[in-house]
Design a protein around this ligand. Sequence first.
Ligand SMILES: CC(C)(COP(=O)(O)OP(=O)(O)OC[C@H]1O[C@@H](n2cnc3c(N)ncnc32)[C@H](O)[C@@H]1OP(=O)(O)O)[C@@H](O)C(=O)NCCC(=O)NCCS
Length: 224
Amino acid sequence: MAHPYWPLFDLVVRTPRLELRPPTDDDVLALVELSDRGVHDPAWMPFAIPWTDWDPPVRRRNTLQWWWRQRGDWQAEKWILGLQVSEIGPDGTRTVVGAQDLLGDDFARSRTVSTGSWLGRAHQGRGIGKEMRAAVLHLAFAGLGAERAETSAWHDNEASLAVTRALGYRPNGTHVQLRRDTYDTQLDFVLPREDWAAARRDDIEIEGLDACLELFGVAPGPGL
Ligand SMILES: CC(C)(COP(=O)(O)OP(=O)(O)OC[C@H]1O[C@@H](n2cnc3c(N)ncnc32)[C@H](O)[C@@H]1OP(=O)(O)O)[C@@H](O)C(=O)NCCC(=O)NCCS
Protein backbone atom coordinates (compact mmCIF):
# COMPACT_ATOMS: atom_id res chain seq x y z
CA MET A 1 0.00 0.00 0.00
CA ALA A 2 1.34 3.44 -0.90
CA HIS A 3 2.53 5.58 1.97
CA PRO A 4 -0.16 8.23 2.57
CA TYR A 5 2.12 11.19 3.32
CA TRP A 6 5.73 10.47 2.30
CA PRO A 7 5.73 9.26 -1.32
CA LEU A 8 9.51 8.78 -1.32
CA PHE A 9 8.93 5.55 0.61
CA ASP A 10 7.30 4.15 -2.54
CA LEU A 11 10.04 5.20 -4.96
CA VAL A 12 11.93 2.25 -6.48
CA VAL A 13 14.57 2.11 -9.19
CA ARG A 14 15.07 -1.37 -10.56
CA THR A 15 17.71 -2.82 -12.89
CA PRO A 16 17.92 -6.49 -13.90
CA ARG A 17 20.12 -7.18 -10.86
CA LEU A 18 19.51 -4.38 -8.35
CA GLU A 19 16.76 -2.59 -6.48
CA LEU A 20 17.34 0.93 -5.09
CA ARG A 21 14.87 2.50 -2.64
CA PRO A 22 14.87 4.96 0.26
CA PRO A 23 15.39 2.85 3.39
CA THR A 24 12.87 2.45 6.17
CA ASP A 25 14.19 2.75 9.73
CA ASP A 26 14.67 -1.06 9.83
CA ASP A 27 16.56 -0.92 6.52
CA VAL A 28 18.86 1.73 7.98
CA LEU A 29 19.84 -0.75 10.69
CA ALA A 30 20.74 -3.25 7.98
CA LEU A 31 22.98 -0.62 6.38
CA VAL A 32 24.68 0.07 9.72
CA GLU A 33 25.30 -3.65 10.17
CA LEU A 34 26.66 -3.88 6.64
CA SER A 35 29.14 -1.08 7.37
CA ASP A 36 30.14 -2.92 10.58
CA ARG A 37 31.49 -5.67 8.32
CA GLY A 38 33.82 -3.23 6.54
CA VAL A 39 33.63 -0.82 3.59
CA HIS A 40 37.29 -0.48 2.64
CA ASP A 41 40.86 -1.29 3.63
CA PRO A 42 41.37 0.81 6.80
CA ALA A 43 44.87 1.72 5.56
CA TRP A 44 43.35 4.38 3.30
CA MET A 45 40.27 6.61 3.20
CA PRO A 46 37.94 6.80 0.18
CA PHE A 47 35.55 9.36 1.72
CA ALA A 48 35.81 13.11 2.31
CA ILE A 49 34.01 12.66 5.65
CA PRO A 50 35.97 9.86 7.35
CA TRP A 51 32.90 8.18 8.89
CA THR A 52 34.42 4.70 8.61
CA ASP A 53 37.25 5.78 11.00
CA TRP A 54 34.89 6.62 13.85
CA ASP A 55 34.59 4.29 16.84
CA PRO A 56 31.78 1.81 16.09
CA PRO A 57 29.23 3.15 18.64
CA VAL A 58 29.74 6.71 17.33
CA ARG A 59 29.70 5.60 13.70
CA ARG A 60 26.49 3.65 14.20
CA ARG A 61 24.70 6.56 15.88
CA ASN A 62 25.97 9.10 13.37
CA THR A 63 24.98 6.83 10.49
CA LEU A 64 21.44 6.52 11.83
CA GLN A 65 21.28 10.29 12.26
CA TRP A 66 22.61 10.86 8.74
CA TRP A 67 19.80 8.78 7.24
CA TRP A 68 17.12 10.30 9.47
CA ARG A 69 18.41 13.79 8.69
CA GLN A 70 17.95 13.28 4.95
CA ARG A 71 14.23 12.88 5.53
CA GLY A 72 13.95 15.55 8.21
CA ASP A 73 15.85 18.19 6.24
CA TRP A 74 14.30 17.44 2.84
CA GLN A 75 13.34 20.54 0.85
CA ALA A 76 12.59 20.88 -2.85
CA GLU A 77 15.39 23.48 -2.95
CA LYS A 78 17.97 21.14 -1.44
CA TRP A 79 17.67 17.39 -1.10
CA ILE A 80 19.77 14.30 -0.57
CA LEU A 81 18.09 11.13 -1.75
CA GLY A 82 19.80 8.27 0.10
CA LEU A 83 18.99 4.94 -1.52
CA GLN A 84 19.54 1.51 -0.08
CA VAL A 85 20.89 -0.87 -2.74
CA SER A 86 19.81 -4.52 -2.72
CA GLU A 87 20.98 -7.26 -5.02
CA ILE A 88 18.17 -9.40 -6.44
CA GLY A 89 19.04 -13.10 -6.26
CA PRO A 90 17.94 -15.70 -8.85
CA ASP A 91 15.08 -16.72 -6.51
CA GLY A 92 14.02 -13.08 -6.03
CA THR A 93 15.59 -12.65 -2.58
CA ARG A 94 16.98 -9.20 -1.78
CA THR A 95 20.41 -8.77 -0.14
CA VAL A 96 21.40 -5.32 1.10
CA VAL A 97 24.78 -4.51 -0.47
CA GLY A 98 25.29 -0.77 -0.03
CA ALA A 99 24.05 2.77 -0.53
CA GLN A 100 23.80 5.17 -3.45
CA ASP A 101 23.06 8.86 -2.88
CA LEU A 102 21.74 11.45 -5.31
CA LEU A 103 22.03 15.11 -4.32
CA GLY A 104 20.21 18.11 -5.77
CA ASP A 105 20.81 21.74 -4.94
CA ASP A 106 18.30 24.21 -6.39
CA PHE A 107 17.48 21.42 -8.84
CA ALA A 108 14.47 23.24 -10.32
CA ARG A 109 16.88 25.77 -11.81
CA SER A 110 20.29 24.06 -11.78
CA ARG A 111 19.06 20.75 -13.29
CA THR A 112 22.30 19.39 -11.82
CA VAL A 113 22.77 16.37 -9.56
CA SER A 114 25.76 14.82 -7.85
CA THR A 115 26.32 11.34 -6.47
CA GLY A 116 28.10 9.40 -3.72
CA SER A 117 28.12 5.69 -2.91
CA TRP A 118 29.57 2.77 -1.00
CA LEU A 119 29.27 -1.01 -0.98
CA GLY A 120 30.06 -3.54 1.73
CA ARG A 121 33.50 -5.02 1.01
CA ALA A 122 32.07 -8.47 0.30
CA HIS A 123 30.02 -6.99 -2.55
CA GLN A 124 32.70 -4.96 -4.32
CA GLY A 125 34.37 -5.73 -7.63
CA ARG A 126 31.37 -7.54 -9.20
CA GLY A 127 29.97 -4.70 -11.27
CA ILE A 128 27.42 -3.58 -8.67
CA GLY A 129 29.00 -0.12 -8.25
CA LYS A 130 28.66 0.55 -11.96
CA GLU A 131 25.11 -0.82 -12.06
CA MET A 132 23.87 1.28 -9.13
CA ARG A 133 25.40 4.48 -10.56
CA ALA A 134 23.73 3.70 -13.91
CA ALA A 135 20.45 3.24 -12.02
CA VAL A 136 20.63 6.54 -10.16
CA LEU A 137 21.71 8.39 -13.33
CA HIS A 138 18.62 6.96 -15.03
CA LEU A 139 16.50 8.35 -12.20
CA ALA A 140 18.19 11.76 -12.56
CA PHE A 141 18.11 12.09 -16.35
CA ALA A 142 15.09 10.03 -17.44
CA GLY A 143 13.02 10.52 -14.30
CA LEU A 144 13.82 14.05 -13.15
CA GLY A 145 14.98 15.65 -16.40
CA ALA A 146 18.48 16.51 -15.19
CA GLU A 147 20.82 18.28 -17.62
CA ARG A 148 24.06 17.47 -15.85
CA ALA A 149 25.51 14.99 -13.34
CA GLU A 150 28.68 15.71 -11.42
CA THR A 151 30.91 13.48 -9.30
CA SER A 152 34.32 13.49 -7.64
CA ALA A 153 36.73 10.93 -6.18
CA TRP A 154 40.18 10.95 -4.64
CA HIS A 155 42.88 10.69 -7.31
CA ASP A 156 43.76 7.13 -6.15
CA ASN A 157 40.26 5.67 -5.74
CA GLU A 158 40.63 3.38 -8.76
CA ALA A 159 37.30 1.59 -8.35
CA SER A 160 35.26 4.78 -8.07
CA LEU A 161 37.15 6.43 -10.94
CA ALA A 162 36.65 3.34 -13.09
CA VAL A 163 32.89 3.44 -12.47
CA THR A 164 32.80 7.15 -13.39
CA ARG A 165 34.83 6.67 -16.56
CA ALA A 166 32.87 3.57 -17.61
CA LEU A 167 29.66 5.61 -17.48
CA GLY A 168 31.04 8.23 -19.86
CA TYR A 169 31.68 11.21 -17.58
CA ARG A 170 34.16 13.83 -18.85
CA PRO A 171 37.07 15.13 -16.72
CA ASN A 172 36.11 18.47 -15.16
CA GLY A 173 39.17 19.61 -13.21
CA THR A 174 40.35 18.97 -9.66
CA HIS A 175 39.98 20.41 -6.17
CA VAL A 176 41.75 19.87 -2.87
CA GLN A 177 40.00 18.74 0.27
CA LEU A 178 40.94 17.49 3.72
CA ARG A 179 41.52 13.72 3.72
CA ARG A 180 41.95 12.52 7.27
CA ASP A 181 44.63 15.04 8.41
CA THR A 182 46.10 16.16 5.09
CA TYR A 183 44.82 18.01 2.06
CA ASP A 184 44.67 15.80 -1.02
CA THR A 185 43.37 16.01 -4.59
CA GLN A 186 39.92 15.03 -5.76
CA LEU A 187 39.30 14.56 -9.48
CA ASP A 188 36.05 16.11 -10.72
CA PHE A 189 33.87 14.79 -13.55
CA VAL A 190 30.72 15.83 -15.38
CA LEU A 191 28.23 13.87 -17.45
CA PRO A 192 26.14 16.14 -19.72
CA ARG A 193 22.64 14.97 -20.61
CA GLU A 194 23.51 14.42 -24.29
CA ASP A 195 26.32 12.00 -23.37
CA TRP A 196 24.03 10.08 -21.01
CA ALA A 197 21.32 9.97 -23.70
CA ALA A 198 23.74 8.54 -26.28
CA ALA A 199 24.28 5.46 -24.10
CA ARG A 200 20.86 5.37 -22.42
CA ARG A 201 19.74 1.96 -21.15
CA ASP A 202 16.27 0.58 -21.72
CA ASP A 203 16.28 -2.02 -18.93
CA ILE A 204 16.01 0.28 -15.89
CA GLU A 205 12.55 0.89 -14.39
CA ILE A 206 11.41 3.67 -12.08
CA GLU A 207 8.32 3.13 -9.92
CA GLY A 208 6.41 5.62 -7.80
CA LEU A 209 8.10 8.77 -9.09
CA ASP A 210 5.06 10.83 -10.14
CA ALA A 211 3.95 11.40 -6.56
CA CYS A 212 7.51 12.54 -5.64
CA LEU A 213 8.18 15.04 -8.44
CA GLU A 214 7.08 18.05 -6.44
CA LEU A 215 9.43 17.04 -3.62
CA PHE A 216 12.35 17.10 -6.06
CA GLY A 217 11.38 20.58 -7.29
CA VAL A 218 10.12 19.16 -10.58
CA ALA A 219 6.60 20.14 -11.59
CA PRO A 220 4.49 17.11 -12.52
CA GLY A 221 3.92 17.08 -16.23
CA PRO A 222 4.37 15.07 -19.41
CA GLY A 223 6.82 12.15 -19.18
CA LEU A 224 10.42 12.95 -19.99
C1 LIG B 1 33.60 2.57 -5.44
C2 LIG B 1 32.65 1.39 -5.42
C3 LIG B 1 31.24 1.85 -5.13
C4 LIG B 1 32.71 0.75 -6.83
O1 LIG B 1 31.86 -0.36 -6.88
P1 LIG B 1 32.37 -1.81 -7.36
O2 LIG B 1 31.16 -2.67 -7.42
O3 LIG B 1 33.49 -2.23 -6.48
O4 LIG B 1 32.92 -1.52 -8.81
P2 LIG B 1 32.54 -2.36 -10.12
O5 LIG B 1 32.72 -3.82 -9.83
O6 LIG B 1 31.21 -1.91 -10.61
O7 LIG B 1 33.67 -1.93 -11.10
C5 LIG B 1 33.48 -0.93 -12.04
C6 LIG B 1 34.77 -0.75 -12.78
O8 LIG B 1 35.82 -0.48 -11.86
C7 LIG B 1 36.88 -1.41 -12.04
N1 LIG B 1 37.40 -1.64 -10.71
C8 LIG B 1 36.72 -2.14 -9.66
N2 LIG B 1 37.50 -2.21 -8.58
C9 LIG B 1 38.72 -1.75 -8.98
C10 LIG B 1 39.97 -1.56 -8.32
N3 LIG B 1 40.10 -1.85 -7.02
N4 LIG B 1 40.99 -1.07 -9.04
C11 LIG B 1 40.85 -0.76 -10.34
N5 LIG B 1 39.68 -0.90 -11.02
C12 LIG B 1 38.65 -1.39 -10.34
C13 LIG B 1 36.23 -2.60 -12.67
O9 LIG B 1 37.15 -3.37 -13.40
C14 LIG B 1 35.21 -1.96 -13.55
O10 LIG B 1 35.81 -1.45 -14.72
P3 LIG B 1 35.17 -1.70 -16.17
O11 LIG B 1 33.81 -1.04 -16.16
O12 LIG B 1 36.13 -1.05 -17.08
O13 LIG B 1 35.07 -3.18 -16.29
C15 LIG B 1 33.07 0.32 -4.37
O14 LIG B 1 34.30 -0.25 -4.74
C16 LIG B 1 33.17 0.89 -2.96
O15 LIG B 1 32.16 0.95 -2.26
N6 LIG B 1 34.40 1.27 -2.53
C17 LIG B 1 34.61 1.78 -1.15
C18 LIG B 1 33.87 3.10 -0.92
C19 LIG B 1 34.17 4.11 -2.00
O16 LIG B 1 35.25 4.23 -2.52
N7 LIG B 1 33.09 4.90 -2.35
C20 LIG B 1 33.21 5.95 -3.33
C21 LIG B 1 33.77 7.19 -2.74
S1 LIG B 1 34.02 8.41 -4.02
